[in-house]
Design a protein around this ligand. Structure first.
Ligand code: RFL
Ligand code: PHB
Length: 389
């Protein structure tokens, strides 16, 4: 087989790029290791930056997002028994975020690809990348057959555990990583969300987050030690712990119910540099991971796709390779800002098992300063709604 751009990974990054390039007449094949049902069973992000929402509209995939997604103009930080609001719109000249689940967004992208006859190959086993600096091609196994795809470019959009980043020779890549000594236990439940806006809660027992997918679907998280497993948490234990970490007035009005999904995600910060090697371009979680506290992960993936979409279009339509040549530097400049923001939110709001009294005083002061300074609130807000691409 032959295509112009071979995309490894049928998650949101890969599908969005495939759709955008197709609309510009550029041919792509997407290779996805798992089934569509499997990809859609992963409950992940919920908060989309304004710029990402625009990109979904440009990809002609924004209709359901605009109908069913919720525009949020602010969120709360709960601490020491009180709630303080961050007015995102007031601090960014009217900007906001869209609360719309990654599952729904990915479903919309799959449907859009299918409607345009896009080639998305599922169950692509044993994907291998070849000749990245000369005549790139990709092979994969389909049953007993090995299939070869020749292409101009390969996009590594296969997530943190994918094969693309690992195909770059040792010595070329530099990896930066920070692991946090805890994870987030997440629960999805068919209950009315406790608050119309998100609540990020700092508590000595550990961080908690109240989020939502719709007015009848709640998404809650609590910080847990990495040694714990999902089986150790009954639904009742989860609700009791979540309530303990929230101001009393919130806890008493919390609607509880059976969990329809429960999982633990470890928290990690990670960046691989550069994001280009020869004809291979990394995008999204394959090149960088953030702890979810700042809601940046999927949004950083979207900014990579924005840069790649324009760079590929300039290459094919104008013969201009400047965007491709600058891709890694341009994407990384924004990626590192998302890293800084996510690290800062994580450090301010979580309980660290090895913290000393001095660290905890600084955390308290970070919060006190935030809510006493319009400049600090503006800085938080401009990062949360998304820095310009
Ligand atoms: P994905 O979604 O991991 O998709 C990669 C795809 O590649 C496939 N794959 C392969 N395919 C072929 N061959 C191989 N060898 C392959 N290896 C892997 C995989 O099956 C998969 O389908 O990466 P992508 O597309 O870059 O998207 C990134 C986002 O998924 C991720 O950044 C976000 O979910 C992070 N995130 C959040 N981001 C936000 O912007 N806002 C949020 O509110 C937010 N909340 C979250 C989050 C992530 C979380 N977890 C579980 C890590 C909350 C949580 C709890
Ligand atoms: C979510 O709804 O899953 C979510 C929202 C905000 C975050 C992280 C996760 O910061």
């Amino acid at each position: 087989m032959k295509t112009q751009v071979c995309i490894i990974g049928g998650g949101p990054s890969g599908l969005l790029l495939s759709q955008l390039l197709d609309l510009r007449g550029i041919d792509t094949i997407v290779l996805e290791k798992h089934s569509r049902e499997h990809v859609l069973s992963r409950i992940r992000a919920g908060v989309l930056e304004h710029g990402f929402a625009e990109l979904m509209r440009e990809a002609q995939c924004g209709e359901r997002m605009d109908r069913e997604g919720e525009i949020h103009h602010g969120f709360f930080i709960a601490h020491d028994g009180i709630m303080e609001r961050v007015d995102l719109s007031g601090h960014t000249g009217g900007n906001s975020v869209v609360v719309y689940g990654q599952t729904e967004l990915t479903r919309d992208l799959y449907e859009a690809r299918a409607a345009r006859g896009g080639k998305v190959i599922h169950h692509a086993d044993d994907v291998k990348l070849h000749d990245l600096t000369s005549s790139p091609h990709v092979t994969y196994r389909s049953g007993d057959d090995v299939v070869r795809i020749d292409c101009d470019f390969i996009i590594g959009a296969d997530g943190f555990h994918g094969v693309s980043r690992k195909s770059i020779p040792a010595g070329v890549l530099r990896e930066y990583e920070k692991l946090y000594p805890f994870g987030w236990l997440g629960v999805l439940s068919r209950t009315k969300p406790v608050s119309p806006e998100l609540i990020y809660a700092r508590h000595e027992r550990g961080f908690a987050l109240c989020s939502l997918r719709s007015q009848v679907l709640s998404r809650y998280y609590i910080q847990v030690p990495l040694t714990q497993t999902v089986d150790e948490w009954s639904d009742d234990d989860f609700w009791a712990e979540l309530k303990r970490r929230l101001p009393a007035e919130i806890g008493v009005r919390m609607q509880t119910g059976p969990s329809i999904e429960k999982s633990i995600a470890p928290l990690r910060s990670f960046v691989a540099e550069p994001m280009r090697y020869g004809k291979l371009f990394l995008a999204g979680d394959s090149a960088h991971i953030v702890p979810p506290t700042g809601a940046r992960g999927l949004n950083s993936a979207a900014s990579d796709i924005y840069y790649l979409y324009h760079a590929m279009t300039d290459h094919y339509k104008k013969g201009d390779d400047q965007g491709l040549d600058n891709y890694s530097a341009r994407a990384l400049a924004r990626v590192w800002k998302a890293q800084r923001f996510s690290w800062w939110m994580t450090m301010m709001l979580h309980t660290f098992p090895d913290s000393i009294a001095y660290d905890r005083k600084l955390q308290e002061t970070d919060l006190a300063y935030l809510f006493s300074s319009e400049n600090a609130l503006s800085s938080l807000a401009e990062n949360y709604v998304g820095l310009p691409f």
